[in-house]
Design a protein around this ligand. Sequence first.
Ligand code: ATP
Length: 407
Amino acid sequence: MLIGIDDTDSPQGMCTTYLGAVLARRLIRRHMRVREARLVRLNPNVTWKTRGNAAVMLDVEGDPEHAFTLACDLVEELADQSCGNTNPGVVVADRKIDPAFYQKAVTDFCTVEEAIAILNRAGARYRGWKNRRGLIGATAAVASELPDTTSEILVYRQPERFGTPREVDRASLFAAEAATFPHTWDTVDGANDLVVCVPHTPDPVLFGIRGESPQWVMAARQMIGSEPPGIEQIWVTNQGTDAHLLPGTTGHLHELLSYFVPGTVTQAPQTGTGGHVSFVMKDGEHPVRCMAYEPTKNFRQIVRQLLPSDRVIAVGSFKKGSINLEKLKIVSLAKAETTRPPLCTACNKRMTSDGKGKGWKCKKCSARKDAPEVQEIPRTLAPGWYEVPPTARRHLARPLCRGLPDF
Ligand code: ATP
């Protein structure tokens, strides 16, 4: 059977992955076998999410009725239902659920009614609390088929420490990243000297290590010193796989969906208030603004060097009419040129303009020229892929250390 759970946390505490990890232990204690623990991230632009729009799935061998009761009891026990925006959902399915529902949930928007119709068709057991929105994520988790996966080990805190400051040895995090990158990533952000893998919210997570396999995340985890940890769970995930991206063309982008979009820069980058950098690109008739927000730090230096006529692929979510960049491919660079008044070859002096469209004249000998002198400026950018730093990376965004995208 597949067990799906979602929407159990609030900004004040809890985390659906923690609930999933506790449930896995309770199922094992009742002699059920947990074949896989899966953590899926869904459309990152869902506004009613608490943090990272996560949902979990456990693939379990055992009695579905018993497992359903245990899962519902645990939600009653642990979910932070005091929060108005916490609407848990639990699904137990012993028949396949159409993976198209997961596809839609990770790239687009779904309704509770759609989830329930699919669950009824599959004869699944399910329960939704309050407005039952958690059934969307829980259904997507059990429906998920992942063509590409990564691993994350989540180390949780001892319950008595929830809500207190975390103690994780900073130097050990940098050492773990140095020893295991590129097989693990986003433990720290070296260029910005920041720890990335330790949350600042009052949830049960102590830290999480992301990487390409259970072996690699475990190798990094074993190097990390911290307060005494509670339970630990290695998850199979769709994180770092670009599962949220759709092919897009300018003029045909939908709000709150995420795309890779080809275009040609039409307006040079500008830095606005707050340090946000933006430029306009076009593919055919339709212009679209691309944004590199201040938290994307050094990535903005790349964006600032773009010039009109550069060809790019912009990758990111379409929000309020702009693409919020996660990655950028520079496909080809335009020639950069400057012009200056031509040289009078007889006098070795620069000529002066005779007015717009009237050419240039040497003040000394009155020689004339029609065209200015054109000079090529060497470009400082190189074609290729660029990405935001780990501190600004979204859960689903595939880091370039996993290989270059083929779109
Ligand atoms: P948690 O740790 O509780 O999962 P979170 O940040 O992952 O926290 P949730 O609190 O689960 O976010 O809130 C997300 C809500 O949005 C859930 O109810 C989920 O079912 C719903 N949801 C997820 N994806 C979609 C989607 N594509 N369309 C509509 N609703 C969605």
